[in-house]
Write a new protein. Structure first.
Ligand SMILES: [Mg+2]
Length: 168
Protein backbone atom coordinates (compact mmCIF):
# COMPACT_ATOMS: atom_id res chain seq x y z
CA UNK A 1 0.00 0.00 0.00
CA UNK A 2 2.68 2.53 -1.00
CA UNK A 3 0.15 5.33 -1.46
CA UNK A 4 -1.59 4.97 1.86
CA UNK A 5 0.70 7.52 3.55
CA UNK A 6 0.52 10.06 0.75
CA UNK A 7 -1.91 12.97 0.97
CA UNK A 8 -3.68 14.70 -1.92
CA UNK A 9 -1.91 18.01 -1.62
CA UNK A 10 -0.37 19.96 1.24
CA UNK A 11 -2.06 23.25 2.09
CA UNK A 12 -0.82 26.14 4.26
CA UNK A 13 -4.00 26.08 6.38
CA UNK A 14 -7.59 24.86 6.26
CA UNK A 15 -8.75 28.27 5.12
CA UNK A 16 -6.66 27.82 1.96
CA UNK A 17 -9.17 25.12 0.99
CA UNK A 18 -11.75 27.07 -0.96
CA UNK A 19 -15.28 25.81 -0.37
CA UNK A 20 -16.35 26.42 -3.97
CA UNK A 21 -13.38 24.44 -5.28
CA UNK A 22 -14.22 21.54 -2.96
CA UNK A 23 -17.87 21.64 -3.99
CA UNK A 24 -16.86 21.58 -7.65
CA UNK A 25 -15.06 18.30 -6.92
CA UNK A 26 -18.26 16.80 -5.51
CA UNK A 27 -17.34 17.19 -1.84
CA UNK A 28 -20.29 17.35 0.57
CA UNK A 29 -18.59 16.51 3.87
CA UNK A 30 -15.32 17.74 5.37
CA UNK A 31 -13.99 15.77 8.31
CA UNK A 32 -11.51 17.93 10.21
CA UNK A 33 -8.88 17.21 12.78
CA UNK A 34 -8.76 19.61 15.72
CA UNK A 35 -5.29 20.05 17.23
CA UNK A 36 -2.87 21.95 15.01
CA UNK A 37 -5.35 21.77 12.12
CA UNK A 38 -8.26 24.04 13.13
CA UNK A 39 -6.52 25.64 16.12
CA UNK A 40 -3.27 25.10 18.06
CA UNK A 41 -3.18 22.64 20.93
CA UNK A 42 -4.92 23.97 24.04
CA UNK A 43 -6.88 26.69 22.26
CA UNK A 44 -10.43 25.91 23.35
CA UNK A 45 -12.55 27.95 20.93
CA UNK A 46 -12.66 28.50 17.16
CA UNK A 47 -10.99 31.65 15.87
CA UNK A 48 -12.90 34.11 13.65
CA UNK A 49 -11.20 32.81 10.48
CA UNK A 50 -12.36 29.26 11.28
CA UNK A 51 -15.90 30.48 11.93
CA UNK A 52 -15.86 32.30 8.59
CA UNK A 53 -14.50 29.21 6.78
CA UNK A 54 -17.21 26.99 8.28
CA UNK A 55 -19.89 29.45 7.16
CA UNK A 56 -18.42 29.59 3.66
CA UNK A 57 -18.44 25.78 3.52
CA UNK A 58 -22.12 25.78 4.45
CA UNK A 59 -22.91 28.29 1.73
CA UNK A 60 -21.23 25.90 -0.72
CA UNK A 61 -23.41 23.03 0.52
CA UNK A 62 -20.63 21.33 2.49
CA UNK A 63 -20.92 20.24 6.09
CA UNK A 64 -18.02 20.28 8.55
CA UNK A 65 -17.52 17.49 11.10
CA UNK A 66 -14.89 17.43 13.86
CA UNK A 67 -13.03 14.11 13.90
CA UNK A 68 -10.58 14.36 16.78
CA UNK A 69 -8.30 11.91 18.53
CA UNK A 70 -8.23 14.10 21.62
CA UNK A 71 -8.51 12.06 24.78
CA UNK A 72 -9.43 15.11 26.81
CA UNK A 73 -13.09 14.43 27.50
CA UNK A 74 -14.44 17.94 27.03
CA UNK A 75 -12.10 19.44 24.45
CA UNK A 76 -13.70 18.23 21.21
CA UNK A 77 -17.22 18.74 22.57
CA UNK A 78 -16.60 22.28 23.73
CA UNK A 79 -14.91 23.30 20.47
CA UNK A 80 -17.55 21.68 18.26
CA UNK A 81 -20.42 23.20 20.18
CA UNK A 82 -18.80 26.64 20.01
CA UNK A 83 -18.49 26.25 16.23
CA UNK A 84 -21.93 24.67 15.84
CA UNK A 85 -20.80 21.43 14.18
CA UNK A 86 -21.15 17.72 15.01
CA UNK A 87 -18.14 15.95 16.46
CA UNK A 88 -16.54 12.72 17.50
CA UNK A 89 -13.76 12.72 20.09
CA UNK A 90 -11.31 9.89 20.81
CA UNK A 91 -11.80 8.76 17.21
CA UNK A 92 -9.01 6.21 17.02
CA UNK A 93 -7.43 7.55 13.82
CA UNK A 94 -5.77 5.97 11.83
CA UNK A 95 -8.32 3.20 12.34
CA UNK A 96 -11.14 3.38 9.81
CA UNK A 97 -14.02 2.99 12.27
CA UNK A 98 -14.23 6.63 13.29
CA UNK A 99 -14.34 7.78 9.66
CA UNK A 100 -17.11 5.31 8.81
CA UNK A 101 -19.15 6.29 11.86
CA UNK A 102 -18.83 9.96 11.01
CA UNK A 103 -19.92 9.41 7.38
CA UNK A 104 -22.83 7.26 8.50
CA UNK A 105 -24.00 9.93 10.91
CA UNK A 106 -23.76 12.57 8.20
CA UNK A 107 -25.24 10.45 5.41
CA UNK A 108 -22.21 10.88 3.17
CA UNK A 109 -20.29 8.40 1.02
CA UNK A 110 -16.48 8.18 1.02
CA UNK A 111 -16.25 9.56 -2.50
CA UNK A 112 -17.96 12.80 -1.44
CA UNK A 113 -15.91 13.15 1.75
CA UNK A 114 -12.48 14.62 2.48
CA UNK A 115 -10.40 14.53 5.65
CA UNK A 116 -8.28 17.54 6.50
CA UNK A 117 -5.57 17.10 9.11
CA UNK A 118 -1.98 17.90 9.96
CA UNK A 119 -0.59 14.42 10.59
CA UNK A 120 0.35 11.75 8.05
CA UNK A 121 0.29 8.78 10.41
CA UNK A 122 -3.18 9.45 11.78
CA UNK A 123 -5.24 11.77 9.56
CA UNK A 124 -3.83 10.84 6.14
CA UNK A 125 -3.36 7.13 6.76
CA UNK A 126 -6.85 6.72 8.22
CA UNK A 127 -8.46 8.65 5.39
CA UNK A 128 -6.74 6.54 2.76
CA UNK A 129 -7.83 3.38 4.58
CA UNK A 130 -11.42 4.61 4.69
CA UNK A 131 -11.47 5.62 1.02
CA UNK A 132 -11.72 9.30 1.92
CA UNK A 133 -9.61 11.95 0.16
CA UNK A 134 -6.76 12.93 2.51
CA UNK A 135 -5.89 16.64 2.52
CA UNK A 136 -2.87 17.64 4.58
CA UNK A 137 -2.28 21.03 6.17
CA UNK A 138 0.87 22.39 7.71
CA UNK A 139 0.68 22.12 11.52
CA UNK A 140 -0.24 25.51 12.97
CA UNK A 141 2.42 25.39 15.68
CA UNK A 142 5.18 22.83 16.23
CA UNK A 143 6.65 24.61 19.25
CA UNK A 144 5.93 23.27 22.71
CA UNK A 145 6.72 19.60 22.18
CA UNK A 146 10.00 18.20 20.75
CA UNK A 147 8.18 15.08 19.57
CA UNK A 148 6.25 17.18 17.06
CA UNK A 149 9.45 18.24 15.28
CA UNK A 150 10.65 14.65 15.06
CA UNK A 151 7.35 13.45 13.67
CA UNK A 152 7.27 16.32 11.19
CA UNK A 153 10.76 15.35 9.98
CA UNK A 154 9.69 11.72 9.52
CA UNK A 155 6.64 12.89 7.56
CA UNK A 156 8.71 15.00 5.15
CA UNK A 157 9.02 12.53 2.22
CA UNK A 158 5.28 11.87 2.28
CA UNK A 159 4.56 15.59 2.30
CA UNK A 160 6.86 16.01 -0.69
CA UNK A 161 5.01 13.28 -2.62
CA UNK A 162 1.65 14.73 -1.61
CA UNK A 163 2.56 18.17 -2.93
CA UNK A 164 2.81 16.66 -6.41
CA UNK A 165 -0.75 15.42 -6.45
CA UNK A 166 -3.06 18.15 -5.13
CA UNK A 167 -6.80 17.55 -4.98
CA UNK A 168 -7.82 21.19 -5.38
MG1 LIG B 1 -3.66 17.25 14.67
Amino acid sequence: MPFSLIPRGVYPSVTALEPEALAAKGVRLVLADLDNTLVPYKVPEPTPDIVAWKEALERAGIRLFLLSNSRKPHRARHFAEALGIPFQGHSGKPKRGGYFKAMERMGARPEETVMVGDQIFTDTLGANRAGVVPLLVEPIRLAGNPGRYIRYAVETPFRALGRRRPFV
